[in-house]
Design a protein around this ligand. Structure first.
Ligand SMILES: N[C@@H](CCC(=O)N[C@@H](CS)C(=O)NCC(=O)O)C(=O)O
Length: 235
């Protein structure tokens, strides 16, 4: 969709995003929008989180995701979902790739097919190796009630996450970002996830290269706006 923006004095692209600011998958998409300077409208949507926290603590969810029109766009009922004119997408990695290709190829993958493929590789790695562990950690540390928590599940996820972070640390000893020495979309999913991990009150091993990389990401305006607020991770 194109809308007239009076501040920029031109027609600009506007995406519609369904999601919630404290969802890592939603943050990936909003961060990519900010990097690409794409305006978006965020419709709050979730089956598990609402204005007063997680449903396990008695909160009401934002909703939308169980409705027929939503399921027609995203049969999984997850967030985020994106509508860009005729194009509807429901996986955060696919949405980030769409934003990168359409609006900011140079910035988000150096307009290079190999960097694009390597970015997808690292985004897939984050989904497969980091995200399930971080999900357990945020549930055990933040979202579940005391009675629902499991010290064993917490400890296992914590140990497993450290081993994945050590892998990242070795990789980042060779380069400033996950794909080469320039920021790319590869850094978006991992950046949001590792930042959340860094806020948890857990033993933090010394991972110099991961720490330096995270500081580089913290310097970005888009990161500050979309990912940095602690309430998006600890509430
Ligand atoms: N691989 C999917 C995962 C989607 C997903 O599981 N999203 C979570 C939030 S990060 C969700 O929908 N949680 C339940 C809810 O909020 O209703 C993606 O990257 O978009």
């Amino acid at each position: 969709m194109l809308v007239f923006n009076t501040i920029k004095g031109a027609e600009i692209a506007m995406l519609k995003i369904w999601g919630r600011p404290n969802s890592i998958c939603t943050q990936r998409v909003l961060w990519a929008c900010c990097e690409a300077n794409v305006d978006y409208e965020l419709e709050l949507a979730s089956g598990t989180m609402g204005p007063n926290g997680h449903i396990s603590q008695g909160g009401q969810p934002f909703g939308h995701v169980e409705t027929e029109p939503y399921r027609a766009m995203n049969p999984n009922g997850t967030v985020p979902t994106m509508e860009d004119g005729e194009t509807v997408l429901w996986d955060s990695v696919a949405i980030v790739v769409h934003i990168a290709q359409k609006f900011a190829p140079e910035l988000l993958y150096g307009a290079c097919p190999v960097t694009l493929a390597r970015s997808v590789q690292w985004m897939g790695w984050t989904n497969e190796h980091m995200e399930p562990l971080l999900h357990t950690l945020v549930m055990e540390l933040v979202r579940l009630t005391e009675e629902q928590r499991s010290a064993d599940a917490l400890e296992k996820a914590h140990r497993a996450a450290i081993s994945k972070l050590e892998l990242m640390d070795r990789h980042l000893a060779q380069q400033s970002y996950l794909v080469g020495n320039d920021f790319s979309m590869a850094d978006i999913p991992a950046g949001a996830t590792v930042y959340r991990w860094s806020l948890f009150d857990l033993e933090q091993p010394r991972l110099q290269n991961v720490g330096d990389w995270l500081l580089r990401l913290l310097d970005r305006d888009a990161f500050q706006e979309i990912v940095a607020p602690r309430a998006y991770h600890l509430a």
